[in-house]
Design a protein around this ligand. Structure first.
Ligand code: CTP
Length: 397
């Protein structure tokens, strides 16, 4: 979807600027052209030479560079792109944008542009949490600026928290979604996928046979209909789709936390095979064989992510779709599960070994909604995904 798109990339001054080099490559390998603007502070972190080499274009740096004005005025430059992307967007750049300042090339372009603007903030956690930055963020969102990230994690300054710039592929996914067209354009949809791994000790875990194929297919189909997809995946054996925001987790608890952090969304599709139990007291060291006998594992129940989201009073997605993996009495058990979990739809499938569905490439599902149970013929998991995505598009229309 990025083929032929032109992106004006404003690189602010922060340590995260180094990630822009990769971001440029990722955008360009998908067919976009990138015109770079480097702020004075940005040039302290990445060199104009590396940026222009990767973009195969001149880097614009100075508002009063008369040659540039003769070739292309700043007004024209600001409007020549399909999207203006600011990455990293520093606290200073965000403040300038929110105030409408125009005292250097980057801020002037941002004030003059009539094209959509997306920012990927990056800064120290205290700067991010500061009421001034949060006020500026609210102003920018109200002005129609799309904000991607920041993520939580350790920072170059040694502190931990929200403020890390989104990863290049997450930014690419958001840019992709910006250009997407289709019935789900403007809709943000969460998909959980894959198995979870529940650790026993640092080297062992309990898992299940889910490959993540069905969840991945659904994420692709939703993306292809124009949705912005947040894909929360356990350690699956099929690779995650391109053009979606991927949040990789290991355990059910991590999946629960990632899902909660991703809300609000317009719909949630819970295709993950989440482990129902985790080992209660994980050993911090590898459990050794001893003469005293075999270890005993005690279990604790994991949070039921689907049931939790279905029962939210605030931020409950308008459409919640669960899956039911059953090995007998599929429709009856899945119908009961739909009521128990409180989701709107349930996609039931028979995962008894004879069907070859768990870990296989085909699926035979029954969609259970308020209107009753509708059995679909056995087909490839991608075809099931497309049919389900179509139904979701119709329901959200
Ligand atoms: N699910 C979840 N969190 C869990 C367990 C399951 O979100 N801790 C979701 C799955 O993603 C799926 C649905 O709940 O959408 C049903 O999963 P399934 O394994 O079939 O059901 P269980 O909750 O394990 O119920 P049962 O033990 O009765 O089969």
């Amino acid at each position: 979807m990025l083929q032929g798109k032109s992106i004006l990339l404003i690189i602010g001054g922060g340590i995260a600027a180094y990630k822009c080099l990769d971001l440029i490559r990722r955008l360009r390998e998908r067919g976009a052209s990138v015109t770079p603007v480097l702020t004075r502070a940005g040039a302290e972190f990445v060199t104009p030479l590396s940026v222009s080499a990767l973009c195969e274009r001149k880097v614009f740096q100075d508002l009063f560079d008369l040659t540039d004005e003769a070739e292309m005025g700043h007004i024209q430059l600001s409007r020549s792109a399909d999207l203006v992307l600011v990455a990293p967007a520093t606290a200073d750049l965000m403040a300038k944008m929110a105030q409408g300042l125009a005292n250097d090339l980057a801020s002037t372009l941002l004030l003059a542009t009539d094209t959509p603007v997306m920012i990927a903030p990056a800064m120290n956690v205290r700067m991010w949490d500061h009421p001034a930055t949060q006020r500026n963020l609210a102003t920018l969102k109200a002005d129609g600026v799309t904000v991607i990230g920041p993520n939580e994690g350790g920072m170059a300054c040694g502190e931990f928290g929200a403020g890390r710039m989104a990863e290049p592929l997450e930014i690419v996914a958001a840019v992709d979604a910006q250009f997407a067209d289709g019935p789900l354009k403007g809709k943000r949809i969460l998909v959980t996928s894959g198995p979870t791994h529940e650790p026993i000790d640092p080297v062992r875990y309990i898992a299940n046979r889910s490959s993540g194929a069905q969840g991945t297919g659904i994420a692709k189909a939703l993306r292809d209909l124009g949705a912005e997809v947040v894909f929360v995946t356990g350690p699956a054996s099929v690779p995650p789709p391109d053009g979606v925001q991927v949040i990789a987790v290991e355990s059910a608890q991590q999946m629960h936390d990632a899902v909660m952090a991703a809300l609000p969304v317009d719909a949630g599709v819970f295709a993950a095979a989440v482990a129902d139990w985790r080992v209660k007291a994980q050993s911090s060291q590898k459990i050794k064989k001893t003469r005293e006998g075999l270890p005993t594992l005690e279990f604790a129940e994991n949070p039921d992510i689907l049931a939790t989201v279905s029962r939210l009073t605030k931020n409950r997605p308008p459409l919640v779709v669960g899956f039911a993996a059953e090995t007998e009495d599929v429709v009856a058990l899945a119908t009961a599960k739909r009521g128990r979990k409180g989701c709107d739809w349930i996609v039931a499938n028979d995962v008894s070994p004879a069907t070859g569905i768990m870990g296989g490439s085909e699926n035979a599902v029954t969609l259970i909604t308020d209107d009753g149970a509708e059995s679909w013929p056995r087909m490839g998991k991608d075809a099931v995904a497309r049919q389900l995505a179509d139904r979701i598009a119709r329901a959200l229309a």
